[in-house]
Design a protein around this ligand. Structure first.
Ligand code: BGC
Length: 513
């Protein structure tokens, strides 16, 4: 029998590369191609559902990088609402400047994510994360010392750029370095860290928002920013990027360190063959080529559906939604927002981490969207049939019907957040980072991330206007409609990618319709 470890080079050029070859080799030997029937190192190399890689020190470093990057993303996004009252008092801001201080992080993130597509290819994945760490730290320090509002806005823009670069660089790095069998978990770890960051920000907001400590709230991000930078310095470069740069010896050394015991040469041969199949130099325009339209549509579609189904409308406006549903004091609103939204968001993400590499991406997405759609429909119903809606917050505070609406709304929003957190939250980032072939991966991920930020901005900008124009109920029902459309689109267009190497996923676009 041909040694399975030597099969991968030829396998990678076949239609369904490594799996088919290994299956064939095993069949010849008269054994079924099931889990555990080939050597573990071969399973790991080609992405079969083997016993799972061991957690090495180097993999732990990769995980730490991802956790710091996600945590900073979440913290910076969540802390501004608590810092705003203090900033307004210090600089006596106009309404326009309040919006600028709030939203220029998103603007910076949009620019940062596009730049990261270029940086990822030119500097490498590791250095892109280093740039994100440096930007976070610099932006936090600038905000802490800001003598006037212009410098503060510059600091917001720098932090935003850090958020954008990290949002592209960190999951891409994790997806490329993590072994196939745990890739979903690694990228979901990034989402978990985002939720922990948002939760911490809620806690900090609850503790400090009445004081003028906004400098501390914003400046505190310098510490984890520095931690991200230092950890990324220690972390190994992505072997897939090294292979793109024709540095095979370095790629072999890294693969060996990160996954000792894996069939290194077989894995690198598979990567090399996949790279060889693609046209070399790819420009930004190349990302839109016909042959790569499917992964591009999948990534963009998930990025947009993740936002238009309303997650950030709920995260940003939870306080107002709860006010209109009958939570009359600021303290009660802060408590319910922190625990029902922030806490549940963290806990339910753990479900995704446990299941994403076993039950798969598709099932999580489809089940999660059902939960999101039903809960949004219920919130719409609660506002229509029990309470007066987001716009009628003041009236609601005194109405007894509002307390019924309050209970129903809290329960429904908990279901919504939990359903998002085990599905569209982590799975979107996982799939975006695994569907693109190597030559366009960095730029494709950057485009999808920018689309995600653009949609997030649109939703948060227009949510309240929409509520005013068509009322709370119809606004929530519109979000329900997006859940239904998302479900149908995912059902027909998004294939399962669990357990396959990035190179095997690349082959799917050739074979699938
Ligand atoms: C989304 C963010 C959102 C967060 C909530 C992320 O996956 O991209 O927009 O705020 O999840 O946990």
């Amino acid at each position: 029998m041909k040694s399975p470890a030597r099969i991968a080079p030829a396998a990678a050029t076949a239609a369904s590369p490594a799996f088919a070859e290994v299956a064939l080799a095993v069949k010849r030997a008269g054994k079924p191609a099931v889990k555990g029937s080939v050597k573990p190192e071969v399973e790991a190399a080609v992405g079969l559902p083997g016993p799972g890689p061991t957690m090495t020190l180097w993999l732990a470093v990769v995980l730490l990088v991802v956790l710091f990057a996600g945590g900073l993303f979440g913290y910076d996004q969540g802390v501004i609402s608590g810092a705003l009252p203090g900033i307004k008092a210090t600089f006596s801001l106009s309404v326009l400047m309040v919006q600028v201080v709030t939203s220029w992080v998103t603007l910076g993130a949009l620019l940062g994510s596009l730049a990261a597509g270029e940086l990822g290819d030119r500097l490498g994945r590791k250095k892109t994360v280093l740039v994100a760490g440096a930007l976070f730290t610099l932006g936090a320090v600038v905000q802490y010392f800001a003598p006037d509002v212009a410098v503060l806005v510059a600091g917001r823009l720098i932090v935003g750029a850090g958020v954008g670069v990290a949002a592209v660089g960190a999951p891409l790095y994790a997806a490329e370095v993590a072994p196939a069998g745990v890739r979903g978990r690694f990228v979901s770890g990034y989402q978990l860290a985002i939720t922990v960051g948002i939760f911490l920000a809620y806690l900090v907001n609850a503790q400090m928002s009445s004081s003028a400590d906004w400098r501390l709230m914003l400046g505190a991000a310098a510490m984890p920013g520095l931690a991200l930078f230092t950890t990324a310095l220690l972390a190994p470069e992505s072997p897939r990027w090294l292979m793109m740069k024709k540095r095979r010896a370095d790629a072999a050394a890294v693969t060996h360190r990160v996954q000792p015991g894996v069939a290194v040469e077989a894995q690198l041969d598979a990567i090399a063959a996949a790279l060889h199949q693609q046209t070399k130099a790819v420009s930004w325009g190349g990302v839109f080529r016909r042959e790569w339209r499917r992964p591009l549509m999948i990534a963009l579609g998930l990025a947009v559906f993740q936002q238009v189904t309303g997650i950030n409308a709920i995260i940003y406006y939870a306080n107002q939604i709860f006010a209109s549903a009958g939570f009359s004091t600021e303290a009660s609103r802060m408590t319910v927002t922190t625990w029902a939204i922030g806490g549940v968001n963290v806990l339910a993400t753990l479900i995704a981490i446990a299941f994403i590499d076993h039950v798969g991406r598709r099932r999580l997405l489809l089940v999660g969207l059902v939960g999101m759609g039903i809960s949004l429909a219920v919130v719409g119903g609660a506002f229509r049939f029990i309470g007066p809606g987001v716009a009628g917050a003041a009236a609601a505070r005194t109405s007894s019907a509002a307390s019924t609406a309050g209970v129903v709304t809290v329960i429904a929003l908990v279901v919504f957040i939990a359903s998002f957190a085990f599905s569209l939250g982590p799975v979107t980032w996982t799939v975006i980072n695994e569907v693109f072939p190597a030559p366009i991966r960095s730029r494709g991920v950057a485009l999808a991330t920018a689309a995600n930020w653009g949609s997030a901005w649109l939703v948060s900008q227009f949510f309240l206007s929409l509520v005013k124009a068509i009322g709370s109920s119809f606004t929530f029902w519109l979000l329900t409609l997006f859940c239904v459309l998302g479900w149908i689109w995912i059902f027909y267009r998004v294939p399962e990618t669990k357990g396959q190497t990035l190179e095997q996923i690349q082959q799917m676009w050739k074979t699938a319709p």
